[in-house]
Design a protein around this ligand. Structure first.
Ligand SMILES: [Zn+2]
Ligand SMILES: [Zn+2]
Length: 146
């Protein structure tokens, strides 16, 4: 089916077995709400699995994203951030320190998806990603004192 490449494979694989290392990476990601970068995930995983390699962590992060257990936030400058929450939700990103937080405002923005579906003729719109930019409390304090 056009536009559906690999989807059934993913769904099939999703029900499949997860390796111990892959599980450790997912647990590490799910244990924090800071939306860590791959390097930060590696640091967290090492606390429970000291001998895991950076390559293994990075590879399993990719795999988790492919399987739909995690999402990669690859917008904005700098390294991608990762999120164990795969439900569609909004983020705010600090333009100074790249900190990302979740915003609990999904329902008010839900119509966007329908409007996008209507506007994008012939497309199957499956998700929306909304990110707000600004300064986190710490960074706006720093700016104030300057
Ligand atoms: Zn900041
Ligand atoms: Zn999030």
């Amino acid at each position: 089916m056009a536009g559906n490449n690999g989807l059934s494979e993913k769904v099939h694989e999703r029900g499949g077995r997860m390796t111990r290392q892959c599980r450790a990476v997912l647990d590490a990601l799910a244990s924090v709400d800071m939306h860590p970068t791959a390097a930060e995930v590696y640091e967290i995983v090492r606390e429970t699995v000291p001998d895991i390699s950076q390559g293994t962590v990075y590879r399993n992060l990719r795999r988790l994203v492919e399987l739909g257990y995690a999402q990669e936030l690859d917008y904005g400058p700098g390294a991608s951030h990762f999120d164990a929450s795969v439900e569609s939700h909004c983020h705010a990103r600090c333009t100074n320190c790249s900190k990302i937080i979740d915003l609990d405002i999904d329902s008010s923005l839900a119509p966007c998806l329908k409007e996008a579906q209507a506007a994008a003729k012939g497309w199957q719109i499956s998700d929306q990603r909304i990110e707000f930019e600004g300064l986190c409390p710490e960074c706006s304090e720093v700016n104030k004192s300057e």
